[in-house]
Write a protein that binds this ligand. Structure first.
Ligand code: AP5
Ligand code: MG
Length: 279
């Protein structure tokens, strides 16, 4: 279980020291040597409370940016089906798991989430960095869905790994509002349904477990508007940030099924270019 602790310069810094990028390609950033101390991050992982050195290959780090309800989860699911090498980290799904299990982090985060506000950066950075460091240690590729969402989070991520591909989903607000009001989820798994797009086999029941579907608290219309505003203030500036790094591709439209083939084509090209460059 991850404990909520206010980060200090010392413990955040300890996570990111000694990182060396040796690849010359723009995509795959090669070896990352991490020396970090997890002492302050875990309250029940006592076996990790010592300095650990990992020297592993982080194949790719892919981000998916977009408005709330803009199809990040839907597109991520399609990416994972075609590119199973990616480990999906959805901050929204992880937070909802914490809320359901009533962890300290979940209880802290819930009040922000229910009101359509962003969860404070210190909590989010701590939560995601645990996963990111774990994935890097295992040489896995990462698909980050919903992180970073502020400039502070983006800067923290940059200290840990090189983001090499960013998908920006650009969907009109009217489409989002329509979709979200029709979204139902299976809270235990995070499976998402939509009666006009991906209906469950039985009305109101999860396809796999038969358990009841619920609507998310933050999908109430007043909270959706607040989330869209927060997106414009806090997250939209990240598009420019990644444009300046030359790693972002924007996909516009109203239909995930139409957008996805373009995403796939782009990803195939990026991965093929990278493979060619590393031969
Ligand atoms: P999170 O769960 O990430 O919410 P979000 O960004 O608001 O995005 P959603 O998950 O609501 O939508 P999505 O883009 O995944 O779209 P989906 O595929 O479901 O985060 C929740 C909260 O956690 C935040 O508000 C915040 O409080 C907190 N949080 C998370 N990360 C944070 C961070 N880094 N920093 C601070 N706080 C953080 O699609 C939407 C709907 O459209 C679905 O119903 C889907 O079925 C439907 N749909 C998709 N495609 C189509 C189509 N072609 N036609 C019709 N319907 C479609
Ligand atoms: Mg989502």
């Amino acid at each position: 279980m991850i404990q909520v602790i206010t980060p200090t310069a010392r413990n955040i810094g300890a996570l990111f020291v000694n990182r060396h990028c040796v690849s010359s390609t723009s995509l795959c950033r090669g070896l990352a040597t991490l020396e970090y101390n997890t002492h302050d991050l875990h309250d029940d992982d006592s076996h990790r409370n010592h300095n650990t050195t990992a020297n592993q290959h982080c194949a790719h780090s892919l981000l998916i940016l977009g408005k709330p309800g803009g199809g990040k989860g839907t597109i991520s699911g399609k990416i994972l089906a075609d590119f199973p090498q990616f480990r999906h980290v959805s901050t929204g799904d992880e937070l909802r798991q914490h809320v359901r299990k009533q962890t300290q982090l979940g209880m802290e985060a819930k009040r922000f989430m229910d009101e359509g506000c962003l969860v404070p950066d210190n909590i989010m950075i701590r939560m995601v960095m645990g996963d990111a460091v774990e994935a890097i240690k295992n040489g896995q590729s990462l698909l980050l869905d919903g992180f970073p969402r502020t400039m502070e989070q983006a800067v923290a991520l940059d200290k840990s790994l090189d983001v090499d591909m960013v998908i920006n989903l650009c969907i009109p607000n009217e489409t989002i509002i329509e979709r979200i009001s029709d979204r139902w989820i299976h809270p235990a798994s995070g499976r998402v349904y939509n009666y006009s797009y991906r209906p469950p086999k039985v009305v109101g029941k999860d396809d796999e477990t038969g358990e009841p579907l619920v609507q998310r608290e933050d999908d109430k219309p007043e909270n959706v508007m607040k989330r869209l505003q927060k997106y414009e203030q806090a997250t939209a500036p990240l598009v420019k940030y990644y444009e300046e790094k030359g790693v972002i591709q924007t996909f516009s439209g109203t239909m995930s099924d139409v957008i996805y083939p373009e995403v796939k084509k782009w990803l195939d090209n990026q991965l093929a270019e990278d493979a060619a460059a590393t031969v």
